[in-house]
Design a binder for this molecule. Structure first.
Ligand SMILES: *[C@@H]1O[C@H](CO)[C@@H](O)[C@H](O)[C@H]1NC(C)=O
Ligand SMILES: *[C@@H]1O[C@H](CO)[C@@H](O)[C@H](O)[C@H]1NC(C)=O
Ligand SMILES: *[C@@H]1O[C@H](CO)[C@@H](O)[C@H](O)[C@H]1NC(C)=O
Ligand SMILES: *[C@@H]1O[C@H](CO)[C@@H](O)[C@H](O)[C@H]1NC(C)=O
Ligand SMILES: *[C@@H]1O[C@H](CO)[C@@H](O)[C@H](O)[C@H]1NC(C)=O
Ligand SMILES: *[C@@H]1O[C@H](CO)[C@@H](O)[C@H](O)[C@H]1NC(C)=O
Ligand SMILES: *[C@@H]1O[C@H](CO)[C@@H](O)[C@H](O)[C@H]1NC(C)=O
Ligand SMILES: *[C@@H]1O[C@H](CO)[C@@H](O)[C@H](O)[C@H]1NC(C)=O
Ligand SMILES: *[C@@H]1O[C@H](CO)[C@@H](O)[C@H](O)[C@H]1NC(C)=O
Ligand SMILES: *[C@@H]1O[C@H](CO)[C@@H](O)[C@H](O)[C@H]1NC(C)=O
Ligand SMILES: *[C@@H]1O[C@H](CO)[C@@H](O)[C@H](O)[C@H]1NC(C)=O
Ligand SMILES: *[C@@H]1O[C@H](CO)[C@@H](O)[C@H](O)[C@H]1NC(C)=O
Length: 604
């Protein structure tokens, strides 16, 4: 299946855990690319202070080495550089104090479903190479420097940045620098924000000795995710000596193991800690964290050797926790063993996916929860669904890939804030309750790969915000309810591999945003409606293995973006429509096992 776009399908399910990891990883580093000059500088030049000529010339030199595919620097004309986009000056001295050259990076991604596997393809924008012009040194009064998301194509991190000793904010994240972070950075003794996050796939930044960091006591924010710290043996001691630290992100940093005993906990201001995807994070470190009472966001996915016992100790003490991510660990045991300690507090975001957890959510707990991901575990009971009625703040619920059996209770309709509901690939039987129509905020509904029987409830037509509906691989009978034509925001509709009969309602032509439609492997009969031709965004259309008869409508030629068309194994007859020749993007066409005559147009 395909759903092009950037953003709305982040949670689509990928059948291989490795792929999921990769997606998580890419999203982490990709979604950051919003606007250059988003919060356009407010500190414009004050009365009587216009731009210094030497700084203006320096800026022009810097610009001349930066990749610019469009109008990035269109405002960089005239004498008054203080008014240029991304530039700001001190309103009394007139010196340039801010330079924001963040590149407005964009990407799109596409999910495809082939051979029962989800796959994701990234269409990453190629960014032309830039260089850091030595004139940067002229901007001696810079407090704010953002070079993130540019492509400095494996150049070393420029040492001269260390001479900009007034810097309070330095962002070199995702800028494709290579090699070591230069130790002279210790001269940046005014830094509050240091973002050096590496590029996710071909950056090779490393820090072999972190001692210099401890000489910047003003640091509040450090991001060295994707920077190789495997030789920074004393990382833990250095970090622990930065008392003002509020945010620490060291995901995918290959952190070395820290032998016990650990030093006394000193990070009294820490609010966000992301140490995910480091295999040497130990249970001893978790116990140490139990003194981190200010912690709000704790991200420890993919840390390998954590034990439930140590989690209990830590979580019991973290009374301000709002976000907890323990996905992709090998946690084995009952969910309640983890949750008993965090329950009823302000936890909003809980991700325990891809572990080996079983059991239930303790009743009455987690009332503030907005996001719950328990997918890819060993949950058997359906009580978990029954208790949903109490989770009235829930927006995102993923229970996919568990062993849940039983029926979806009507109380599912009480979780009216739900935007994302995934119960796919379990053993759920029974009917889809009519009450599902109450979830009027729902954007995605994933129920595929279960044993669901009965009809599709007509109330589904009330889910008018739905973008994604997947009921495939079930035992659904009856016909497609005409109310489905109400779901005009649908991009993906998959009803394949069920026992749906009767015809395709002509009103399906109302779903003009559809990009993916699969009705294959059912018992649908009758004609293919002409109205299909109004679905002009369609890229994938699968109607195979049904009892469709009559002619293929000429209107098929209007599906300009169609890439895959499968109508095989039906009773279609008559001439192959010549309009198929208009489908320039077509990659796969299967009309075999029908009674068609005529020729495939030569243009194909
Ligand atoms: C640094 O830049 C990235 C991407 O441009 C952004 O997402 C991130 O929030 C910035 N870091 C800080 C500390 O502002
Ligand atoms: C100068 O900027 C500061 C903050 O950046 C502001 O508080 C002050 O009012 C400004 N002064 C003038 C004269 O614009
Ligand atoms: C960065 O620039 C180099 C050199 O021009 C190029 O080979 C590479 O593909 C670019 N990287 C990206 C992600 O655009
Ligand atoms: C860092 O500071 C030291 C001592 O103040 C100085 O000798 C050195 O030149 C500085 N390094 C850089 C790159 O500015
Ligand atoms: C980090 O660098 C070391 C060599 O210094 C290397 O052995 C290791 O594989 C690197 N880690 C990653 C994740 O690339
Ligand atoms: C803890 O922080 C203080 C400053 O608040 C610092 O002086 C001390 O050295 C730190 N202790 C450790 C063990 O790093
Ligand atoms: C840390 O983890 C790496 C794997 O990322 C492993 O190869 C290494 O042996 C570990 N180091 C220690 C000291 O445990
Ligand atoms: C946590 O704090 C308590 C006292 O508040 C102290 O006794 C204990 O040693 C601390 N633990 C760590 C690991 O710092
Ligand atoms: C909802 O919460 C109440 C009170 O906390 C509890 O008694 C009840 O069992 C819960 N209901 C479900 C279905 O979990
Ligand atoms: C939902 O749809 C059904 C049938 O289409 C309708 O009777 C009902 O009023 C609608 N509203 C709600 C809130 O379910
Ligand atoms: C279509 O949606 C509207 C709300 O937008 C609702 O009132 C109506 O009942 C729905 N029709 C059907 C057939 O579900
Ligand atoms: C949906 O399609 C039917 C038949 O094609 C049409 O009569 C009806 O007006 C459409 N409804 C909406 C809401 O577009």
């Amino acid at each position: 299946m395909t759903a092009a776009g950037s953003g709305s399908f982040q949670d689509g399910r990928i059948a291989s855990k490795r792929l999921m990891m990769l997606v998580a990883l890419l999203l982490v580093s990709c979604c950051l690319g919003h606007g250059f000059g988003d919060e356009d500088h407010v500190e414009v030049e004050g009365i009587g202070s216009s731009c210094m000529e030497n700084e203006r010339r320096a800026l022009l030199a810097i610009k001349s080495d930066m990749y610019d595919p469009g109008d990035r620097f269109s405002s960089w004309t005239g004498k008054d550089c203080c008014g240029w986009r991304g530039v700001a000056c001190d309103n009394t001295t007139g010196h340039v104090t801010k330079l924001d050259l963040r590149y407005p990076y964009t990407y799109t991604y596409t999910y495809t479903y082939t051979y029962d596997m989800w796959d994701v393809l990234y269409d990453v924008e190629t960014i032309g190479a830039s260089k850091v012009n030595p004139s940067l040194q002229e901007l001696k009064y810079l407090k704010y420097l953002d070079l993130s998301m540019n492509n400095f194509s494996h150049a070393p991190v420029p040492k001269m940045i260390a001479s900009l000793v007034h810097l309070e904010y330095l962002n070199l994240s995702n800028a494709m620098f290579d090699g070591p972070i230069p130790p002279p950075f210790e001269n940046l003794s005014n830094l509050h924000y240091l973002d050096l996050q590496g590029w996710y796939y071909d950056d090779f930044l490393h820090v072999d000795d972190l001692d210099w960091l401890s000489r910047i006591p003003s640091l509040k924010y450090i991001d060295m995710s994707f920077v190789n710290l495997s030789k920074a043996i004393n990382w833990f001691y250095v970090i622990n000596s930065i008392p003002a630290l509020e945010v620490l992100r060291l995901s995918y940093a290959d952190l070395p193991y820290v032998p016990s005993p650990l030093p006394p906990f000193n990070l009294t201001a820490i609010a966000t800690l992301d140490l995910s995807w480091n295999s040497n994070i130990t249970s001893a470190m978790l116990r140490w964290l139990s003194n981190a009472t200010s912690l709000e966001n704790l991200l420890l996915s993919g840390c390998g050797s954590l034990t439930i016992e140590s989690l209990q100790v830590a979580l019991g003490a973290l009374s301000n926790l709002k976000e907890l991510d323990l996905s992709f660990n090998s946690l084995e045991g009952e969910i309640r063993e983890i949750l008993n300690n965090v329950s009823s507090r302000g936890l909003k975001h809980l991700d325990l996916s891809s572990n080996q957890l079983s059991g239930d959510i303790p009743p009455g707990s987690l009332r503030d929860l907005e996001y719950l991901d328990l997918s890819w575990n060993s949950i058997v009971t359906l009580h978990i669904l029954a208790s949903l009625g109490n989770l009235t703040n829930l927006r995102h619920l993923d229970l996919g890939y568990n062993l849940i059996s039983g029926e979806i209770p009507p109380t599912v309709g009480d979780s009216v804030r739900l935007e994302y509901l995934d119960l796919s690939n379990n053993g759920i039987n029974g009917k889809i309750p009519q009450a599902i129509g109450n979830l009027s905020n729902l954007l995605e509904l994933h129920l595929s790969g279960n044993k669901i029987v009965g009809w599709i409830p007509p109330s589904i037509g009330n889910l008018t915000n739905l973008v994604y509906l997947d009921l495939s691989y079930n035992n659904i009978v009856g016909w497609i309810p005409p109310s489905i034509s109400n779901l005009t925001n649908l991009v993906t509709l998959d009803l394949s591999r069920n026992n749906i009969v009767r015809w395709i309602p002509p009103s399906i032509g109302n779903l003009t945003n559809l990009v993916y439609l699969s009705l294959s492997r059912n018992n649908i009969s009758g004609y293919i409606p002409e109205t299909l031709g109004t679905l002009i965004h369609m890229e994938e259309l699968f109607l195979s293995n049904n009892n469709l008869s009559g002619q293929i409508p000429m209107t098929i030629g209007k599906l300009h973006y169609l890439q895959n068309l499968d109508m095989s194994y039906n009773n279609l007859s008559g001439q192959i429509p010549t309009t198929i020749g208009k489908l320039h993007y077509l990659q796969n066409l299967d009309m075999s096992y029908n009674n068609l005559s005529g020729q495939i147009p030569k243009k194909i």
